[in-house]
Design a protein around this ligand. Structure first.
Ligand code: PBG
Length: 312
């Protein structure tokens, strides 16, 4: 009776990886139990999630390296993998909320979320925003319920809102990655979409556009900007190491707050459990309870399916 925080399957958004072709599911080495799925297996997985009461999925494409270039050209192709996946999922499961990332990293040969300056030492913010606007409109046309700018360019939420409205997609929402930190814990995700290998042996630093993990007040400033620019949901990422930020953001906005329990958080729990050092089910539950207790309304987590099944 006095328990303050309760997890439900409806709290979760499941991130899913999609690949082209008809191959068998490919397990991601650093993310046990997470697979890259072809489109037909993806639809099956979405159906299983919906049956378990998970209301939403976030789709991430893994492109063949040969399709990537410095400009991320394939992001603006009407027939690009993720858009075909969206159309297939929405056709089979119209009630399932489908979310897609607006960022260039799955498409660029250098693995950055935007196109680069002529000197190649930073992302070109405004030129990237122009591309993201078009990308968001293509995603809306394919049928997504929310676009999720994860790129951290300045001013992109307002620009995307304007582009969506101008194209008639006034009902397509924006889930903004508002306080996204430059985290070392994204490593397994970059394996999953191949954006780490894309950068070759060079260490991929997104420090010029993602936030400094040392900063707390800046997160609130970023959230206020995205809120004012028209974000429908604001997000903090990563989640588990940033519970203070989730709480600050919860108190700074009246919008729903999402948190992304990222690949490295998932990998850590699995790795320790494999060694027999931690109990997987209990740590999974505790990690998610902590994120919700901190103030998250919605949680993106690779544990979505297992948690929903466990909660039943
Ligand atoms: C990039 C993006 C990243 C994630 C989601 N979208 C990683 C990055 O910034 O390189 C990370 C998710 C995870 O680690 O689970 N636009």
């Amino acid at each position: 009776m006095v328990e303050e925080t309760v997890l439900r399957p409806a709290d979760f958004i499941a991130p899913l990886f999609v690949v082209d072709g008809k191959g068998a599911p490919e397990e991601i080495r650093s993310m046990p139990g997470v697979f890259r799925l072809n489109i037909s297996d993806l639809v099956k997985e979405c159906r299983a999630l919906a049956r378990l009461g998970v209301p939403a999925v976030a789709l991430f494409p893994k492109l063949d390296a040969r399709l990537k270039d410095p400009e991320g050209t394939r992001a603006l192709d009407e027939d690009t993998l993720v858009l075909r996946a969206v159309r297939a999922v929405k056709k089979a499961l119209p009630e399932l909320t489908v979310i897609t990332d607006v960022a260039l990293d799955p498409y660029t040969s250098h693995g950055h979320d935007g196109v680069l300056t002529p000197a190649g030492d930073d992302v070109a913010n405004d030129r990237t925003v122009g591309i993201l606007r078009e990308m968001a409109v293509l995603q809306a046309r394919a049928g997504v319920d929310f676009v999720a700018p994860s790129d951290m360019m300045d001013g992109r939420v307002g620009a995307i809102r304007g582009a969506l409205d101008a194209a008639g997609f006034t009902d397509t929402g924006i889930l903004a990655y508002s306080a996204k930190y430059n985290s070392a814990y994204y490593g397994p995700f970059r394996d999953a979409v191949g954006s780490a290998q894309a950068a070759g042996t060079r260490l991929l630093s997104k420090a010029t556009y993602q936030m400094n993990p040392a900063n707390r007040r800046e997160a609130v400033a970023e959230v206020r900007l995205d809120d004012a620019e028209g974000a429908d949901i604001v997000m903090v990422k990563p989640a588990g190491m940033y519970l203070d930020i989730i709480r600050d953001v919860r108190e700074a906005t009246r919008k729903p707050v999402a948190a992304y329990q990222i690949s490295g958080e998932y990998a850590q729990i699995h790795a320790a459990a494999r060694l027999g050092w931690l109990d997987l089910a209990r740590c999974r539950h505790e990690s998610l309870i902590a994120i919700k207790r901190a103030g998250a309304d919605l949680i993106l987590t690779y544990f979505a399916k297992d948690m929903a099944a466990a909660l039943r």
